[in-house]
Design a protein around this ligand. Structure first.
Ligand code: CA
Length: 251
């Protein structure tokens, strides 16, 4: 009994030590950093709590000018940016930020601020959410944009003889360049990022065509056919598999 108790204490100490070591080795820096720009205290606080719960490291700003300086000085993985802000509005913050940085930005707009949405997307927002929004949806979009951004910064995706260079935006098969349109590339890149995962048409539509597309999921099938005609048909392989009733996958 005593031996067991001693073992438990010992194990606890080892775990604690491991925790301290991983902490001092900079484990916290692995946390993705998010800048929350929102002047409504309640929303800002709510976002901060939810994001910290999801293990993000958060910085909050309630003022446009301060937000711009913070975004330019810091190294954030994503920015959640409200449009209506004191001193400098969100659109202006984004416009000035884009002159220097490509940090993914999700803008928050009030219902019916269509002009803001369009302007925001035109000047380089990655996505927008209309208030009031479901926090789960915002979290999903944050995950998507951070993943997409780090994948494109990471460079090469490989699967057999197929190579996708996300940074240079070129694809090749067995060393031969594959000439792809933007959407074809985006679709291939997304499937490569999700290798071995069967991705539904809805998810592909959302990830590749996103907020600016209101058509049917047939467009996904059409683009998969384009990709197959440029890769599979040319090299006599099956790169993208169809999983009946579920979607597509690259393995
Ligand atoms: Ca506001």
């Amino acid at each position: 009994m005593r031996a067991a108790a001693r073992f438990c204490i010992c194990a606890a100490a080892v775990l604690r030590l491991a925790e301290v070591v991983s902490y001092t080795m900079g484990n916290t820096s692995d946390k993705k950093k998010i800048l929350i720009v929102e002047d409504e205290t309640q929303i800002s606080r709510f976002l901060q709590l939810e994001l910290e719960h999801e293990n993000y490291e958060c910085t909050a700003c309630a003022d446009g000018r301060e937000a711009l300086n913070t975004a330019l000085a810091g190294d954030f993985d994503l920015i959640v940016l409200d449009v209506m802000l004191p001193s400098l509005n969100g659109i202006e913050v984004l416009r000035r930020l884009r002159q220097d940085k490509q940090t993914p930005v999700i803008i928050l707009t009030a219902r019916d601020q269509v002009v803001d949405k369009v302007t925001g997307l035109d000047i380089g927002a990655d996505d927008y959410m209309t208030k009031p929004f479901a926090i789960e949806e915002l979290l999903a979009r944050i995950r998507l944009h951070i993943k997409r951004n780090s994948a494109s910064g990471g460079g090469m995706l490989k699967c057999g003889k197929l190579t996708v260079n996300a940074e240079a935006r070129v694809a090749s098969y067995d060393g031969h360049a594959v000439d792809l349109t933007k959407k074809e590339f985006d679709l291939l890149e997304y499937l490569m990022q999700n290798r071995n995962v069967v991705v539904s048409r809805e998810k592909l539509l959302d990830a590749v065509w996103g907020f600016d597309f209101y058509g049917s999921t047939n467009v996904v099938d059409v683009y998969v056919r384009y990709l197959r005609s440029k890769i599979d048909d040319v090299y006599g392989v099956t790169v993208i598999e169809t999983v009946r009733g579920a979607g597509y996958v690259i393995r």
